[in-house]
Design a protein around this ligand. Structure first.
Ligand code: PAF
Length: 279
């Protein structure tokens, strides 16, 4: 595995990757969720590139940019063992210049739910993803596929839309959420949770499973499903939102089987957690 830190080096190392490239962008603190993305990228492509970059532009004032877990040594070992070909760990100055052109998330879908609680967050996500995809695509391999987890469902929907709206030649692949044995969706931010908070965090998936149970019984009114999820979550978390959207992130009044995502965001202690389930 080759580790590179500058855009120029990455461009030089992707020069001979003419066939297909599977790209997994991350912010590090790698866990089984990331490993599952890398595995899928390996299965479907001849070369795999992973990036680790804690992107400053997607953190708002007062958020956890400084505290975000950084563990480059163990992360690079995980990548090496997973068979990654090139690991890109750029510095901020190699990714961003001064007085740059800005990419804005769409005014509605980019500013509801996580985009409302974290206004501007998706501008930063889309900007860095656009940059990363353009760098990897520099030599126009036959096929570029980029892998994202469904846990960040709104992010996945917006990136898919950006690629379509800007006629970018990359296939966006959404991958299943990875959970631990107790149902907790894996996230780098789980590292912030105390043992007690870990128990409270389980309520997110518990509320989603309760929603699925009701829907299987034929309860399709989102208000009713939402109320019973709220009861579970309110026990110990502070709810940011419970939402029902279709695959394009339009809000739903009734669950549409095969076209619904149920999302929750909660504060558990001082950690904001998100989770969702695709129906
Ligand atoms: O999901 C993430 O880890 C980040 O938002 C991403 C896509 C790597 C962009 O910084």
């Amino acid at each position: 595995m080759i580790i590179v830190h500058s855009v120029e080096e990455l461009i030089s190392h992707t020069q001979n990757m003419r066939d297909s490239i599977g790209f997994v962008p991350t912010m590090g603190a790698l866990h089984e969720g990331h490993i599952s993305l890398i595995k899928r990228a390996k299965e479907e492509n001849s070369k795999v590139v992973v990036s680790i970059f804690v992107n400053p532009t997607q953190f708002l004032e007062g958020e956890d940019f400084d505290a975000y877990p950084r563990q480059s040594l163990s992360d690079s070992e995980i990548c090496r063992l997973a068979g990654v070909d090139v690991l890109f760990m750029p510095t901020s100055t190699s990714m961003y210049g001064e007085d740059e052109i800005s990419i804005f998330a769409p005014p509605i879908r980019g500013f509801i739910l996580d985009g409302s609680s974290r206004a501007g967050h998706f501008n930063g996500v889309l900007t860095v993803v656009m940059k990363l995809l353009n760098i990897i695509n520099f030599h126009k391999p036959q096929k570029l596929r980029a892998y994202f987890g469904k846990k960040d469902a709104q992010q996945l929907a917006l990136i898919t839309q950006m690629v379509k709206d800007y006629f970018m030649s990359v296939e966006i692949v959404g991958c299943e959420i990875v959970r631990d044995k107790s149902g907790l969706a894996l996230s780098s931010r789980n590292a912030y949770l105390t043992t007690q908070e870990m128990q409270k965090a389980l309520l997110l998936s518990k509320s989603l499973y309760e929603a699925v149970k009701l829907i299987m019984q034929g309860v399709l009114e989102t208000k009713i499903v939402s109320a019973s999820m709220e009861k579970i979550l309110l026990e110990t978390t502070k709810i940011d939102y419970i939402a029902f959207v279709d695959r394009e992130f339009k809000q739903l009044q009734r669950v549409e089987i095969g076209n619904t995502i149920i999302l929750v965001a909660c504060m558990v202690g001082s950690t904001r957690l998100i989770d969702n389930i695709w129906i």
